[in-house]
Every structure is written in C-alpha cells, then in structure tokens.
Design a protein around this ligand. Structure first.
Ligand SMILES: Cc1cc2nc3c(=O)[nH]c(=O)nc-3n(C[C@H](O)[C@H](O)[C@H](O)COP(=O)(O)OP(=O)(O)OC[C@H]3O[C@@H](n4cnc5c(N)ncnc54)[C@H](O)[C@@H]3O)c2cc1C
Length: 398
C-alpha cells in the first residue's frame, strides 16, 4: 500500500490550488475563516463557480456531469478547498440525492433532476429524521397513502437543515405498516411549494437559523416522484448515509481550524508568555495534532483500499467518529484560548461587515458560537454512539 501521492496527484493538487486562488471569492472565504454566517446567495455562488468548472458533483460519474476523479483526487480537492476556506458544498442535492438517483432512479428522473442539481435550479433538503425517529430511523411514521396517481402525505420531519432555503425535499415515508418496519419505507421527492407544507424554524444555541421542522398535511405528491420501488426506500436510505458519513470526517476543515488555533495560541498570553507555551494547553494542542495526523493516515489508508477495488464499510463510521471528535476538540481549545473574551455572544460579529469594537483577539468573536455549533457534529449523520454500535457489529461481531 502506497500512502504517498504520485507526481500526477501532486500536479492535480497544483491545479486545484491555482483554481482556488483565481476563482474562490475572497469575500466569501473571509466569512468562512471568521466563522460568519453564509447567505443562500454565498453558497449558490460557490456552487455556480464549481459547476462552471465541472467540479461541483465530484462524486458523480462523468456521464452525469462529474469530473471522473479518483478517490485520491476527491480527497485532495476537498482538503485544499477546506484549507483555502471555501464554503462546504451543500451536500443534500450533490452528495446525497445525486448518488441515489444515479444508482436507483429511473431514466426520466435522472434526466430531469440531475441537471437541476448541478445548475442550482433546485435546492434540496433531507427529510429523514422525525420526532421519535432519529437513531431509530426505520421508525419513521410520516405516512404516504396512494390515491390514484398521487401519494397523500401526512406527518412531520425535524432537524431539516436549510429547509427554509429549499424548494425540494427528499423524504423517507411510510407506505406499509403490516410488515417489518424497514420493509414499509419509500423514498419520495416532494416539492416544498405544494399546498399543505409548513416550515417552522428551530433556532440553535449559537443563535443560528440552520434547522427546521417541516409539517405535511394532506400533501399530494405525484407517484412519478417515487424513487425506485415502493417499500424499498430503506435500501436507498442506507446507501445515501454512507456518503453522508464519509463527508463528515472533514480532515481539511480540521487542518484549517488547527492552523487558526495555533496562531491564536501564539497571540494570546498567559502569565506573560504565549499560551502555546503553557504546558497543559501545549499538551492538548499536541495531542489533537497527533490525532489529526493519525486520522489523515487512516483516511489515506481507506482511500488506498478503495482505489484498489475495496469498499469502505465500518471505516466510514470510524472516520466519522474520529473526524468529528477532532473537530470538536479543536473548537473547544479555541474557546479555551480566548478565555473570558469568548463569553460575550456578539451576534452581529457573525454577520458580514461587522465593524464593532473588537473585544480581545479577533478569533474571540466567533469562538463560542463555533464551539456550540460544532456540538452537532457528533449527532447528525447518525450519532457517534450509533457508529460505535455499527463498528462493534461489523468488526467485533457483537
Ligand atoms: C444540527 C443538526 C442538523 C441535522 N440535519 C438533519 C437533516 O437535514 N435532515 C435529517 O433528516 N436529520 C437531520 N438531523 C438529525 C440527526 O440525524 C439526528 O439528530 C440523529 O440521527 C440523532 O437522532 P435524535 O436526535 O432523534 O436522537 P436520539 O435518537 O433520540 O438519540 C438520543 C441519544 O441517545 C443515543 N442513542 C440512541 N440510540 C442508541 C443506541 N441504540 N445505542 C447507543 N446510544 C443510543 C444517541 O447517540 C444520542 O446521544 C440533524 C441533526 C442536527 C443536530
């Protein structure tokens, strides 16, 4: 197994770096770097720039508009983007629904929906979780009852990320109740503008409106919007989740955040010395850096295995756990480094163009908000406890 990049892969990295230098809008990168809120337009602008280059749907096969990259190229691209403070690609259409449609959608669905994901005509959100169906996802109760050439949908989804921006939602719905719960689920595409849909905001601890509740009352959905076969949705749902989990590891985000943390720890002083020289702080900093280096190697090991024809299994759960723990530890250390300066929650500091009086180091303004926001990492995409269950089943056979 060779964990070094080849000359071609290094040339590819240079190409990515040139592209980021030329095309990543610095206004947006600065917001990402400072932990400020991105607007819908910011995200859509970055998607459009990537799409123009043919790099938006980097997991898709060439025939559907993907660049035809290897696993290593995707790894390089995602890491360099994160290090350059590019916004993350909004995953719901490109990274989640796209691969499901490519594998399980019919020709008409592929022809209609895939180009619209690429050119931004549709903004998708994910309607999996419900109150009472999170970790136990197969317990979804939102019901879709067939009436002629429509399904009539009633129920509720929750934690729907960016649902307030979306015009489309892909949902797990219950189409049968007299079978094992996994066997009565279907995968339905629903237009958010259909009468009977209501989106209500959930405001999180950091004051952000990122997630929502979505209510369905007698919502009529054409049967053409069913993906694959009725009652086979659980298979498609699980396929989508492995894509979601591998993306959450976020090595590049941790590399960028660690660099920022190290700078901050040099600037901030404790007892007249840079915080980076405080033995306790330095020990935690060193530990997280070592953990990150280890995870990078593990990630490359998984990629090398995939490049050699293997399929990631429990490894995507392993990467999800370690990746999110590392990201949380880095944001926790940044908050600690800022000390009392991280305490005031200055909501305006999270908006573009904040010109208030800086209180303490510039990193302080967003440190607490980032810390709180990153609590979500070990919960979504299947909580870390659930990933541990998966690992124990697949590797230890428990
Ligand atoms: C910020 C954010 C964004 C999200 N975005 C979306 C989205 O866009 N679309 C969507 O569909 N969902 C989304 N989710 C939902 C997410 O997938 C669920 O929160 C997650 O699956 C956990 O489900 P739950 O919240 O119902 O918690 P529960 O399932 O009630 O779990 C509560 C706690 O119990 C633990 N637990 C549960 N079962 C077990 C078990 N068998 N063994 C050990 N421990 C267990 C869990 O690990 C957790 O700590 C989002 C969540 C968050 C926080």
């Amino acid at each position: 197994m060779n964990l070094n990049f080849t000359a071609e892969e290094e040339a590819f990295r240079s190409e990515v770096l040139d592209f980021l230098r030329e095309r990543l809008p610095q206004r947006i990168a600065s917001k990402v770097r400072n932990g400020q809120h991105l607007t819908r337009d910011d995200m859509a602008q970055w998607h459009a720039i990537l799409n123009e280059k043919g790099w938006l749907a980097n997991h898709w096969p060439k025939e559907y508009g993907g660049p035809g990259w290897s696993a290593v190229q995707k790894f390089i691209f995602e890491n360099e983007c994160a290090i350059a403070a590019a916004p993350r690609i909004v995953p719901f259409g490109v990274n989640m629904l796209g691969p499901v449609l490519i594998k399980y959608g019919n020709e008409a669905q592929k022809r209609h929906w895939l180009p619209r994901i690429l050119d931004g005509s549709d903004w998708w959100c994910q309607g999996y979780s419900e109150p009472g169906a999170g970790s136990d996802l197969a317990a979804v109760r939102t019901a879709a009852v067939r009436q002629g050439d429509h399904y009539v949908v009633n129920g509720q989804k929750t934690w729907t990320t960016l649902g307030h921006y979306a015009n489309m939602i892909f949902c797990l719905v219950r189409t049968a109740t007299d079978v094992r719960k996994q066997e009565g689920i279907s995968f339905l595409l629903i237009d958010m503008n259909t009468p009977g849909i209501e989106v209500r905001p959930i405001i999180t601890l950091d004051g952000e409106h990122e997630v929502n509740e979505v209510f369905f009352t007698d919502v009529r959905v054409p049967v053409d919007n069913l993906v694959g076969e009725e009652n086979k949705g659980w298979t498609y749902a699980k396929y989508l989740l492995t894509y979601e989990r591998t993306n959450i590891a976020g090595v590049g985000f941790s590399v960028a955040a660690l660099a920022r943390l190290k700078l901050a720890a040099q600037k901030v002083t404790r007892n007249g010395k840079p915080l980076a020289q405080d033995p306790q702080f330095a020990a935690r900093l060193a530990k997280v850096e070592i953990d990150l280096e280890n995870m990078k190697t593990t990630n490359l090991r998984v990629i090398a295995a995939v490049a050699g024809g293997g399929v990631p299994g429990a490894e995507s759960s392993m990467l999800k756990i370690r990746g999110t723990e590392i990201r949380q530890e880095i944001s926790s250390l940044l908050r600690r480094a800022m000390g009392p300066y991280a305490a005031p929650f200055i909501e305006e500091a999270l908006q573009e163009g904040f010109d208030g009086e800086p209180v303490g180091p510039e990193e302080a303004a967003s440190a607490a908000a980032l810390y709180f926001n990153n609590r979500k990492l070990s919960i979504f995409g299947g909580s870390n406890e659930i990933q541990k269950n998966i690992i124990s089943k697949m590797i230890l056979g428990l």
